[in-house]
Write a protein that binds this ligand. Structure first.
Ligand SMILES: Nc1ncnc2c1ncn2[C@@H]1O[C@H](COP(=O)(O)OP(=O)(O)O)[C@@H](O)[C@H]1O
Ligand SMILES: [Mg+2]
Length: 234
């Protein structure tokens, strides 16, 4: 699937209620074109994860709308949201979330289990493992792989269903600088080669510098990008 556009309108999220309510996201209007590579930046607690979770239909907004491609996902039933999450969105997390008892290849294939069509997906899994540079490591378990290799497995897993939108929540946050840089290069190469849309929350100025655009959050609201972020002093 080619890249999907993302549009949010008045997107807001409040966790809890009453005196303990946290306004995590407030009136966010974000427009991402199909195929763009966007870095979402901002201090800890500024709402990056909340934004990704709402855009990826992992959570429901308190107010506002999210459109992925032509589909207004805030109107969908749980059942349809399931399908959106499975087929249109790929997630990459800081903590990889691989299943420790499964091989790299089996981890990549995990999202396809409910769908069947095994042979075609196995071929695709092998292709993706090659694409992320894990040729020859397909049968290793996560514990037999380096952190960078584990994140590459997670990236291949995020791509197995051929989604149009890839969401990354600090995907290099658990990696040392060099490995993080390599993973980041991989993400950007994939974005260019596959034409998919990427929205990546990060503190890494290298991701920011090499992305098409930075969106900056401060206290749950979109805000102009401070220049220190781009120069890498953040
Ligand atoms: N499940 C939750 N319940 C209550 N508050 C939350 C929850 N998740 C996040 N928050 C709060 O919402 C704000 C935004 O958090 P988050 O989206 O995780 O920011 P970031 O990813 O930029 O660090 C923070 O104040 C955080 O403490
Ligand atoms: Mg976060």
């Amino acid at each position: 699937m080619k890249g999907l556009s993302v549009n949010t309108r008045g997107l807001s999220k409040i966790y809890g209620q009453g005196r303990t309510a946290v306004r995590a996201l407030e009136d966010v209007n974000l427009k991402i074109d199909a195929g763009e590579f966007i870095a979402a930046m901002g201090p800890s607690g500024s709402g990056k994860t909340t934004l990704l979770n709402l855009v990826g239909a992992l959570d429901r907004p308190s107010a506002g709308e999210v459109r992925i491609g032509e589909v207004e996902i805030t109107e969908l039933t749980e059942r349809s949201l399931h399908l959106v999450r499975r087929h249109q969105v790929g997630f990459i997390f800081q903590a990889f979330f691989l299943v420790p008892t499964l091989s790299a290849r089996e981890n990549v294939l995990l999202p396809t289990l409910p769908v069947g069509n095994t042979t075609a997906y196995e071929r695709r899994a092998d292709e993706l493992l090659r694409l992320v540079g894990l040729n020859g490591r397909a049968h290793r378990r996560p514990s037999e792989l380096s952190a960078g290799e584990q994140q590459r497995v997670a990236i291949a897993r995020a791509l197995i269903m051929d989604p149009g939108l890839i969401l990354g929540d600090e995907p290099t946050g658990n990696l040392d600088s060099r490995t993080g840089g390599e993973v980041l290069q991989l993400l950007q190469r994939l974005s260019q080669e596959m034409g998919k849309t990427f929205l990546v929350a990060t503190h890494d100025p290298r991701i920011a510098r090499r992305s098409d655009r930075i969106v900056y959050l401060r206290d749950g609201q979109l805000s102009p990008v401070p220049t220190v972020d781009i120069t890498g002093e953040y």
